[in-house]
Write a protein that binds this ligand. Structure first.
Ligand SMILES: [Cu+2]
Length: 183
């Protein structure tokens, strides 16, 4: 956690990619890492998740794990394109954080790395998921800690379907994840 805070401070003066990398490092304890090293995914689905629709796009299963680091929060959701034309998620915004990034996880010989996604294509009649240990959304430097029980507004901007804004619940960690995050 200390490394993460220092890293993000350094990143504020540096290029955006440094900020992203530092945030990812901090979020490893909160479920940002690959399936090999990340804390266990929640064993139970959140009691309530956010959902929404715009045009042919349907979003379901949206949730934000309570922050383990002050610098970042992750968001997970499922996108389905019910239409006959490919769409693309181009940006995500939220009043709860100045920046929301789309990341993918890759594993190299040196370990894992977060790769920023400029956009995410969602082909016709198919789905794309943001899931723990894989592709994820990262809310960078939320000015107020996101805690279980709160609701965060997320706006997903699609090239064809336009803007989809929905309420996303902040959910608690399972016991194993909490134990690791405070270790
Ligand atoms: Cu990330």
């Amino acid at each position: 956690m200390i490394l993460s805070r220092n890293g993000v401070r350094a990143g504020r003066a540096g290029p955006p990619l440094m900020l992203v990398a530092a945030g990812c490092a901090g979020l490893l304890l909160a479920g940002c890492g690959s399936s090999a090293t990340a804390p266990a995914a929640p064993t139970m689905a959140p009691a309530a998740t956010g959902h929404g629709a715009a045009g042919a796009i349907r979003v379901a299963g949206a949730y934000i794990p309570q922050q383990a680091s002050p610098d970042v929060a992750a968001a997970y959701l499922d996108i389905t394109n019910t239409g006959d034309t490919t769409d693309a998620l181009t940006t995500v915004t939220s009043p709860a954080a100045p920046t929301v990034s789309m990341h993918d996880d890759t594993t190299t010989g040196d370990g894992e790395a977060m790769v920023p996604l400029a956009a995410l294509a969602v082909p016709a009649h198919s789905s794309a998921r943001f899931t723990v240990g894989h592709r994820h959304l990262m809310l960078m430097n939320p000015p107020h800690l996101l805690r279980q029980g709160q609701t965060v507004m997320l706006s997903l901007h699609f090239a064809r379907a336009g803007e989809l804004t929905m309420a996303v619940p902040v959910v608690g960690f399972t016991a194993p994840a909490t134990a690791r995050a405070s270790a």
